[in-house]
Design a protein around this ligand. Sequence first.
Ligand SMILES: *Cc1c(COP(=O)(O)O)cnc(C)c1O
Length: 411
Amino acid sequence: MNPPVRGGGVILGPQGPEPSEAGRFGEFGGRFVPETLIAALEELENEFRAAWHDDAFRSEFSDLLGSYAGRPTPVTECHRLSDKLGVRVLLKREDLTHTGSHKINNVLGQALLTRRMGKGRVIAETGAGQHGVATATAAALFGLECTVFMGAVDVERQALNVWRMRLLGAEVIPVTSGSATLKDAVNDAMREWVASVETTHYCLGSVMGPHPFPWMVREFQRVVGDEAREQCRSILDGGDPDYVVACIGGGSNAMGTFAGFVDLKDTALVGVEAAGLGLETGKHGAAVNRGVPGYVHGMRSLFLQDEHGQVLEAHSISAGLDYPGIGPEHAALAASGRARYESATDDEAVSGFVLLSSTEGIVPALEPAHAIGWLERAVGDTIPSGSTVLVTLSGRGDKDAAQIAERLGSL
Ligand SMILES: *Cc1c(COP(=O)(O)O)cnc(C)c1O
C-alpha cells in the first residue's frame, strides 16, 4: 500500500483490496471471454496493478482530477430537504465535475493507462451516449483515436450526444444486431477489441465486464467515497453517516462511493436500482431484486433473464440505469448482506427530481433522482427519522430537463 498522494489538490487514499487471483468477488466476477482476449486482459491487469502502485501515475491522475475534472467535489448539506424529509441529507456533488457526472473519473484513469500501455486508440460502448461522450472527452484531451459503439436505436434517440461525440473527434458506429441497444453495443465493442487489441484499449464504462475491469473501475472511482468520508467527518464532527446511498446502473458511482465506507460497520450501504414501471411489470432494471446469476459480458453476475437464460431488455426512465445486469462486486455485497439493494420507480425518480430541484436549487440527473425518490419513500419506514444519510449525486440534470418537461407538462 502506498502512502496517500497529493497532486493538483486532490488526495488519493490508499489502494483498495483486490479481488481473488481469478478476479472473483465471492462467487461473482471472473473472466469469461473468448480465448483471444485472455492475454489482453492479463496484460491490462498487470499494467493497471503496476500503474496503481506507481506514485508517478497516481500523482498524474490526481493532477488531472484536480485541474481538469474539477475535484475535489464538495459535500453539500441539504437543510431544506432535510427539514422536509426528517433525515439529515448530505449530497456528494459529482454533478459539479467537468462533463457533469462521475464518469469523468474513470475515463481519465483509463486514458492515462492507455497512454502508459503505448496504445493510441480507445473503443467504448455506450447506451444513451453518456459514457461515449466521457470517453470521447478523455480521448480528445489525450489525442487518442476513439471509436464508440452505440445501438442503432440509441443513435436515433440520442442524436445530440452522437453529435457531441463526433464534435470531440470520435467515430460513432451504430450497432444493428440484437435489439440494437446497449447490451448489443457491449458485444460489438468486445468483438472489435479482439480484432484490434494490439493497438486498442477497451474503455469500459462501469464496474462490470471481465476481470480486471470491475476492480479497476472501482479503484478509479473510489476517489468519490474517499473524499466523501473525510468531508462527512468534518461536517459531522468526526462522525460517519448512518446510511450511504447511491443509484445503480452498472454500479460504478455506487461502488466508488461504497469503497470509502465499506469498512465502517455502523454505516449501512444502500444501492437503488431502477424499478421502471414497477418490479412486477417486468419493465425495470432491477438486476439484484429480480435478476438471477448468469454469465454475460465476460463476468458471472446477476442479470435479468428469461427461463432460457436469454438476457432481457431493461427499462428505466433514465438511460444510465437501463442495463439488465450489475457489477459482480455488488452481487457479492448483496449476497453477503453488507449492502442492500432497494429500488425506485420511474414515477418516484421524477418525484425525487422535482423535490431536490425545488428544495435545494440542485437539478439532479434522473439516475441519482432514483436515490432521492427512494429516500422519500423510505424515511419513517426502513430509514428511521433523524438518521444521517449521504447520497451520491452522480450527475446533473440538464440532460434530462427536456424529457421531464415533456412528461410533466407545465408546472
Ligand atoms: C452512467 C450514469 C449512472 C449509472 O452508471 P453507474 O456505473 O451505475 O454509476 C448513474 N448516474 C449518472 C449521472 C450517469 O451518467
